[in-house]
Design a protein around this ligand. Structure first.
Ligand code: ADP
Ligand code: MG
Length: 360
């Protein structure tokens, strides 16, 4: 596919804040944005040229949407793989394709795939019954985190367990669905690498950020991440392997646990722009949203040189209702336009540029 000229239409499956920020970046590059999602007036719909309200598996809606779009991408990793396959079967260009989507939707397949391409993870065991769970807990040394294989996000669908806990109740808690038990990783810190791969195979990785979670939800991301150059180089090369091996076109994010001795273990990856990359538009010459749009439009990637040290803080629930001046004059505020500030819901974020870096 030739680079899309400005004025072309970029279709995005998914209507959340990631779609809203991708759509804004696309509009700034001269594209029209069409959003398809099932909700009533979601955040991305309200900045789009056209909103298609439809179920992700509504083939007649997908066909009309496809007719209107020059390229289609997604902002949500739980889009049915069959919908992407349908779009491809009727001649649409979907970037990234089904491969990275499929692997990231199932925690077991994801970890097996990472291991198969030489990316180390913590230990894990598949679980599909309380009996399996008892065996797995033994194998993993008596403690671990039970996670649903599918549909988990922001720490949902997870239970921490140790020997002696009521395993049947824990399995019931996650809905008695196929799951994995992960060994608890005693990490020193968590980092992520957000990387983009262009349609010609070129890759650019942002500096890794250090990420802090509370209750499974990201609170802050800080760059630089404070690790040594060899560890950072290793993290980037893991993300590069992943992007190449999935044939990914667009942005993806690899979450990593860092052990005391600098060992990196992959936690999971997202085949899309990522919350831990929300500092990149303010911190780097090109941000993750523009980079993703460049990749899916077949444009050359932009430079990802980081020009500031930054701290990104998520605004959860009512935190986002604070008056704009209360964040301080140095805060760059992004609000997602969500109507209902439910407790813990990601409503926006602020980025603070803590110092400026010399361009070398
Ligand atoms: P989600 O899809 O909800 O982001 P994650 O698997 O990334 O799920 O879990 C959310 C957070 O919970 C992680 O960022 C980490 O802080 C913690 N966590 C998850 N799995 C483990 C583990 N095996 N060991 C230690 N901490 C973990
Ligand atoms: Mg995660």
């Amino acid at each position: 596919m030739k680079p899309l000229p400005p004025g072309s239409v970029i279709g995005i499956l998914g209507g959340g804040q990631l779609g809203r920020m991708l759509g804004s970046a696309a509009a700034r590059l001269g594209f029209d944005v069409h959003i398809l999602a099932p909700e009533d007036s979601p955040p991305a719909a309200r900045i789009a040229a056209v909103y298609w309200q439809a179920a992700y598996d509504d083939e007649s809606a997908l066909r009309e949407f496809a007719d209107a779009c020059d390229v289609i991408t997604y902002e949500f990793e739980n889009i049915p793989v069959s919908s992407v396959e349908y779009l491809v079967s009727i001649g649409s260009v979907v970037r990234p394709g089904a491969a990275s989507l499929e692997k990231s939707q199932d925690r077991l397949a994801e970890k097996q795939f990472l291991n198969a391409i030489g990316i180390e993870t913590g230990a894990y065991e598949p679980v599909s019954s309380p009996d399996d769970l008892a065996t797995a807990l033994n194998t993993l040394g008596g403690a671990g985190i039970l996670k649903t294989r599918r549909d988990g996000y922001d720490g949902k669908g997870q239970v921490r367990l140790k020997t002696g806990d009521d395993l049947a109740a824990a399995f019931a808690d996650i809905g008695k669905v196929p799951a994995i038990l992960e060994a608890y990783v005693p990490f020193e810190r968590e980092i992520s690498v957000v990387i983009a791969r262009a349609s010609d195979g070129t890759v650019t990785a942002f500096d890794p950020s250090m990420n802090d979670h509370a209750g499974g939800v990201l609170r802050t991301s800080i760059a630089p991440c404070g690790l040594s150059e060899p560890v950072i180089a290793k993290a980037r090369s893991m993300a590069e392997t992943l992007a190449r091996e999935t044939g990914h076109v667009g942005v993806l994010a690899l979450e990593l646990f860092v052990l005391e001795d600098g060992t990196l273990l992959a936690n999971e990856f997202a085949p899309r722009v990522h919350n831990s990359g929300h500092w990149t538009p303010e911190g780097c010459l090109t941000g993750q949203f523009e980079q993703h749009i460049r990749a899916v439009a077949g444009w050359p990637l932009g430079p990802v040189t980081r020009v500031f040290d930054v701290e990104m803080q998520n605004l959860l629930g009512e935190e986002a209702l604070a008056p704009a001046d209360s964040y301080g004059a140095d805060a760059v505020i992004t609000l997602y336009g969500k109507r209902d500030a439910k407790p813990g819901r990601k409503m926006g974020h602020v980025v603070r540029r803590t110092s400026i870096r010399a361009l070398s």
